[in-house]
Ligand binder design. Structure first.
Ligand code: CAO
Length: 416
């Protein structure tokens, strides 16, 4: 079966998470992704948080599947020559080095265009070009703070909190992938390459747009009625942290279930969707709330929201999170168990759909990874193991026309 991106050659000059997440996605869908790595060490994540002494860390293997690895010292003339040849025959180059690193290496956008006017250069930086912080190096949590996620996550009486979801890294990589596919589509029409730039701050902010919505509502009316602070608490002039509140038009909260005293994940998320109010009253044994004017509308319920969630929690006390969801689903109530990573890893539905998949690695053996979250009706996505450092160096050099002697000379240059 053909893959959608077959025939697209990508120079993957990325490291850590933001860039590799992008190129991995494109590799899954058929692009030939050649990861260019520094000889001897490679991507820093090969060594970070190792669980097996001499095997690439899961941090690396889970972000670099379906790629080839080429080792090149791109600061040496021999390495630069290979990279130039590669640029001439590739469609896309993706990089997420610190600000200015590519220029310092001699591969400015101007130079890349001279080598290949059809090239798409895709870059991740912490802040966008021209931003007053555009000289900063940035990691995940820095981006979450700069993009509005940290100030709006957590509880109102505690400090800003970082999300475990990679909003700064993988999220930025997904934005970049969309940018690359868009530029490829435009190149189909114009024949010209272009530079695609995504900043981590912008990508986080894009996911926090509902909080910018709330800031403007707060500026206008002085309160936010879906936040736990309303109506009993107080608001300042900035969007507060709302704990586990719904954040949209539907109030919600994380509620304790049977076993919460010992199991840190014995909880469900419960949403009170307006039209599901009557089924909720039936489900939790409070039929009188269906006709009591103090509860019949969302506005009437808001002053009692803590009491309502308390009542639902009392109903949940003798039910596991799975039993509770099985009852609530019959009433069409939007809810879900809080699932641990262990439960997700073992989830038969996720295994069946390929979202959690087992992959073979030449050194470490089998490991679990997250497969494609995007499903296609006409393309089967196969996840393969990540490459060893330099595993495809000779193969790629031969494709670029290097002779056996030329390859040996490069090996010698890499080793110095
Ligand atoms: N051969 C020779 N040199 C190489 C090379 C190769 N194959 N690959 C990279 N290098 C060099 C670069 O040229 C650069 O050298 P100089 O700084 O001397 O010009 C250096 O290695 C890489 O620098 P860096 O700034 O990218 O790396 P760092 O570890 O200091 O910083 C990070 C890491 C992530 C903070 C920084 O790359 C960054 O801010 N990137 C942009 C934002 C980003 O993507 N962050 C997310 C990372 S995931 O959490």
């Amino acid at each position: 079966m053909t893959k959608a991106l077959e025939g697209i050659k990508i120079i993957d000059f990325t490291h850590v998470q933001a860039g590799p997440a992008c190129t991995q996605l494109l590799a899954w869908y058929g692009a030939d992704v050649i990861k260019v790595e520094r000889p001897g060490s490679g991507d820093v994540t090969r060594n970070q948080l190792r669980d097996i002494p001499d095997a690439d860390a899961l941090y690396f293997t889970m972000l670099n599947s379906n790629k080839r690895s080429l080792t090149l010292d791109t600061k040496k003339p021999e390495g630069k020559e290979v990279l130039e040849k590669l640029i001439k025959v590739s469609d896309v180059m993706v990089e997420n080095f610190g600000p200015g690193a590519l220029d310092r290496m001699g591969f400015s956008w101007k130079r890349i265009l001279e080598l290949n006017p059809k090239m798409i250069l895709a870059s991740v930086k912490g802040f966008s070009d021209g931003h007053h912080y555009d000289d900063l190096k940035v990691y995940e949590n820095v981006a979450q703070c700069a993009g509005g996620a940290a100030s709006t996550t957590g509880f109102w009486d505690g400090p800003p909190v970082i999300s475990a979801a990679a909003l700064g890294d993988s999220n930025t990589g997904m934005h970049l992938a969309i940018g690359i596919l868009t530029a490829l589509r435009q190149r189909d029409k114009t024949g010209a390459g272009q530079k695609v730039a995504v900043s981590m701050q912008d990508s986080v902010l894009n996911l926090c747009r509902v909080k910018l919505r709330d800031q403007q509502r707060l500026d206008r009316v002085g309160y936010l009625e879906e936040y736990p602070q309303y109506p009993h608490g107080s608001f300042s002039d900035v969007v507060p942290r709302g704990g586990n509140a719904g954040g949209g038009g539907q109030p919600g909260w994380i509620l304790k279930c049977k076993g919460w005293q010992t199991d840190p994940n014995a909880y469900i998320y419960f949403t009170i969707q307006g039209h599901a109010w009557e089924p909720i009253c039936d489900a939790i044994g409070k039929p009188e709330w269906k006709t009591d004017p103090a509860y019949t509308t969302a506005r009437a319920r808001q002053p009692h929201i803590v009491e309502i969630f308390g009542t639902i929690e009392a109903w949940l006390a003798d039910k596991t999170k799975f039993e509770a969801v099985d009852i609530l689903r019959k009433h069409d109530i939007p809810c879900a168990p809080v699932l641990s990573m262990k439960e997700l890893a073992d989830d038969p539905s996720l295994r069946e759909s390929g979202t959690i998949t087992e992959v073979e690695h030449k050194v470490r053996g089998k490991y679990l990874t997250v497969g494609s979250p995007i499903k296609f009706s006409d393309m089967k996505v196969e996840i393969t193991g990540s490459p060893l450092l330099g595993e495809h160096t000779e193969e790629v050099l031969a494709e670029l026309g290097y002779s056996r002697d030329g390859i040996q000379q490069l090996h010698a240059a890499n080793a110095v």
